[in-house]
Design a protein around this ligand. Sequence first.
Ligand SMILES: NC(=O)c1ccc[n+]([C@@H]2O[C@H](COP(=O)([O-])OP(=O)(O)OC[C@H]3O[C@@H](n4cnc5c(N)ncnc54)[C@H](OP(=O)(O)O)[C@@H]3O)[C@@H](O)[C@H]2O)c1
Length: 254
Amino acid sequence: MTFSAGRQFIVQGASRGIGFAITKQILARDPDSFVLATCRGIPSQAEALASLQRKNKSRLKLISLDLESETSIETAASEAKAMVHEVDRIINVAGILHEKGLAPEKRISDITPSNFEKVMRVNALGALLVAKWFSPLLTKARPSQFVNISARVGSISDNHLGGWYSYRCSKAALNMITRNLSIELKRKLPKVVCTAIHPGTTDTNLSKPFQRNVRLDRLSTSQETAVKILDVTDKLTCRQNGCFLSTDGVPIPW
Ligand SMILES: NC(=O)c1ccc[n+]([C@@H]2O[C@H](COP(=O)([O-])OP(=O)(O)OC[C@H]3O[C@@H](n4cnc5c(N)ncnc54)[C@H](OP(=O)(O)O)[C@@H]3O)[C@@H](O)[C@H]2O)c1
C-alpha cells in the first residue's frame, strides 16, 4: 500500500518516551496525516505503539529498525519506500544515555571503549545511517524537514560541568551531522530544513535516574515535550536550516 493524502511523517524510535508521544501527538493534531513509526525489535511487541496502531489502522504503520545495524536500517527504508513517498518530515528520536552495564561517566576513569562505541553507534552513527537511507524519501514538491533530537549537553560552548563523555560526544557529533546534512540535502531539496532540537528535560526512562536535581517546573511530560517539538518544527523556515534549537525556537550555541 502506498499512502499519498495529507502530510507524511517518519518517526524513528517510537516505542516509548518522546518518540511514542510525538507519534501519538501527530495523529491527534493532524487528522489527514500518515505516520510511519519505527521501533527496535518486533513492532507488535512494543505494546503502547501496537495499541496506537490498532486505533489508527490506516494512518499509522510500524516497521522494525535497529540503529545498531545498517542492514536493519536499509531494510526498513526499503519497506518505507513501498508505503510512503513525498515524506514531509523525518524525526530521528531514538537515543541512549544508560542501560544495564552502561552509565554516563562521572570522570575519565569511568570510560570504557565498548560503552563509548555503543553510545556513539546509536546516537550518532545510527542517526547518520537513517539520514543515508531515509532522506531520499523526503518530498521535493513541498518544504520538508529532517529533525534530529539532540541534547543541550551536546553543546561544546555550553559545557560547564564536564562528565557524561560518551553521551556529550555523541550529541556533539549528531549536531555536526545535522549541520552537514543541512548543506548536502539543500542541494537537491531547496526547501529542506534540517535541525537538531533539544527537547528539554523530559520525564522518561532516559532521564529517570538524573531527575533529583531538576526543578519540577523544568521537567516536562513526554506529551508536553512532543507538543513543543511539533509546535517549533511546524514553524521552521529555511532560515533555520542547519540550526541547533531549543523547543522555544531559540538557537543553542554549538
Ligand atoms: N528525556 C530527556 O530528558 C532528554 C533530554 C535531552 C535529550 N533527549 C533525547 O531525546 C531522545 C528520546 O529520549 P527519551 O527520553 O524518549 O528516551 P527513552 O524513553 O529512554 O526512549 C529511548 C528510545 O530509543 C530507542 N532505542 C534505543 N536504542 C535503540 C536502537 N539501537 N535502535 C533503535 N531504537 C533504539 C528505544 O527503543 P527500545 O524501546 O527498543 O529500547 C526507545 O524508543 C533521545 O535522543 C535523547 O537523547 C532526552
